[in-house]
Design a protein around this ligand. Structure first.
Ligand code: APR
Length: 230
């Protein structure tokens, strides 16, 4: 059984990583137009760097939770029949042990060079405009996909979604495309669709199955069921 799991900010909420649209979400304290568009970076790189440098530094004080660990356990059980597609830019899936993973919106622990296009591992700050390790230019930016930019690995993701038997969305509000359109695509190709979320999202296409609750509770229970039926 081929499974595609799409995760959003809700899976990392209980680890202490803020969501975007929830109470105290990132978009409560910051305007998207000021920190998450190429135009904002062009206009005011200091504010943008400060925003992402702070989020990158905060990764040191958070850890994967039971939901991240359950998905790693699922991968242990079904191997490459599982693909995890995350909208999150934190590294909690990897730290939990997930390997079959696509970061469609980029990664906080990487930097992208505006001169040579290199994507380099990065743990420090970017506000001080350090040189690119590949070409030496001082045009590094956070390797995060901003609004109006093309997400990563769309072809690979779409291929997996149209050929999966089960599509599962965890901790995402289903408000941002193209990710929000994957449930409809999966359903159109005959997959069984499941939502695991604190509150059912109000997407256009309903899920076949909705389990409401905290990710650290509903995800391990769902993984136990899948592994029990193998
Ligand atoms: N357990 C399960 N679900 C949760 C939890 C939790 N502990 N806490 C919050 N949620 C759910 C909320 O109910 C909401 O539906 O997670 C969802 C988080 O939604 P958003 O904050 O909108 O985050 P997300 O869907 O990942 O945002 C998508 O938008 O801002 C852009 O690029 C950014 O990747 C992001 C994209």
């Amino acid at each position: 059984m081929r499974i595609v799991v799409l995760t959003g900010a809700g899976i990392s909420a209980e680890s202490g990583v803020p969501t975007f649209r929830g109470p105290d979400g990132l978009w409560e304290g910051h305007r998207v137009e000021d920190v998450a568009t190429p135009e904002a970076f062009e206009r005011d790189p200091e504010t943008v760097h400060a925003f992402y440098d702070a989020r990158r530094a905060a990764l040191a004080s958070v850890s994967p939770n039971a939901a991240h660990r359950a998905l790693a356990r699922l991968e242990g059980g079904i191997g490459d029949e599982l693909l995890v597609v995350t909208q999150n830019v934190d590294d909690l899936h990897e730290r939990a042990g997930t390997r079959s993973l696509v970061h469609m919106h980029g990664e906080l622990r990487k930097a992208l060079c505006g001169a040579c296009g290199a994507r380099v591992p990065w743990n420090g700050t970017l506000a001080d405009e350090p040189p690119c390790p590949a070409c030496g230019a001082r045009m590094l930016r956070p390797d995060v996909v901003w609004f109006g930019e093309m997400p990563y690995e769309l072809e690979r993701i779409e291929q997996a979604v149209i050929s999966c038997d089960m599509f599962v969305a965890i901790g995402t509000s289903g408000e941002v495309y193209p990710a929000a359109g994957y449930v409809a695509l999966a359903a159109a190709f005959g997959a069984h669709t499941v939502e695991l979320n604190l509150a059912p999202s109000e997407g256009v296409v309903p899920f076949d199955e909705v389990r409401a609750g905290l990710a650290t509770e509903v995800v391990p229970a769902w993984v136990d069921e899948v592994l029990a039926h193998r």
